[in-house]
Design a protein around this ligand. Structure first.
Ligand SMILES: [Mg+2]
Length: 275
């Protein structure tokens, strides 16, 4: 497997495009030819959609839902969303109830259309929110996003308050040993201790149709590093979107580059099917 150093620059998407006559699919950044034996795990924000000033404002690219539906079928159901959001939130954007791990692995849905199940202990969350809310209420730029088993404090619109928000959240969870903080892009999350995207994928991989497949994970944030570690420990493929330090062995430049690669992947599977 290709394992470039983590400091590598983002490759120009398609700069290494290989023509059909030489190879069956374009291979940006040395990505291997796809296999229908992959278990494909996709982060949502910053990976399938561009980040937005507020979580509710992300825009789903035209054709993405149809593309994911098609890949889901082509991979015999082994396609899942692995996100910090609640799965029902992503369902709403995609108009599709894909399998997945939500809330950084604390929530699980093994089959398309199933009800998500909270897997980890989130006791005390309401008390932490009750302590924090009055402290941030005077600044409308701070957004507290509630989830069933966690919450996220977004400060994207007030970046100068970053250190203060992290301190506040750290103080609010004192005495709640089952909870922990996780930092991401312009946000801090309070979630069940130990839950992360790696544990989410591990749980999905325990059952059909994910088990016995090669895990492939695409993500963009520091919170995706647990997922990269998991797939690398299982001889899988870790793909980082955009710049920044990462343990992932591969890069795609942007959500648009992810989309193009997925389109190529689906077309490749279709051609193979027809042969
Ligand atoms: Mg992300």
């Amino acid at each position: 497997m290709n394992r470039e150093p983590s400091s590598q620059p983002v490759a120009e998407h398609r700069s290494e495009r290989v023509t059909e006559s030489k190879k069956d699919i374009s291979a940006p950044d040395g990505l291997p030819v796809p296999s229908r034996n992959w278990a494909l795990f996709l982060d949502f924000d910053g990976t399938l959609v561009d980040l937005a000033p507020k979580p509710d404002l992300v825009e789903v690219p035209a054709g993405l839902t149809e593309l994911l539906q098609k890949l889901f079928t082509q991979l015999d159901g082994a396609l899942a969303i692995v996100t910090g959001r609640e799965l029902c939130d992503v369902d709403g954007f995609l108009a599709l109830m894909l399998p997945g791990a939500g809330i950084h692995g604390a929530e699980l849905r093994r089959k398309m259309g199933g009800a998500p199940i909270v897997m980890d202990d989130s006791r005390g969350l309401a008390d932490v929110i009750a302590e924090l809310e009055p402290l941030i209420a005077s600044d409308p730029r701070l957004i507290l996003q509630r989830k069933s088993a966690a919450f996220t404090l977004h400060y994207r619109l007030a970046p100068e308050r970053e250190a203060e928000m992290r301190d506040l959240a750290a103080r609010a969870i004192r005495g709640h040993d089952n909870l922990e903080l996780m930092s991401g892009k312009m946000m801090v999350e309070v979630k069940p201790k130990g839950a992360n995207k790696g544990t989410g994928m591990e749980r999905l991989m325990q059952a059909s149709p994910f088990s016995h497949r090669m895990p492939v994970f695409i993500g963009d944030d520091i919170t995706d590093e647990d997922g990269f570690k998991f797939v690398k420990n299982h001889a899988g493929l870790a793909i980082k979107v955009g710049n920044g330090m990462s343990s992932a062995g591969h890069r795609l430049a942007s959500p648009a580059a992810v989309y193009e690669w997925l389109v190529d992947m689906s077309a490749y599977f279709e051609r193979k099917q027809g042969q």
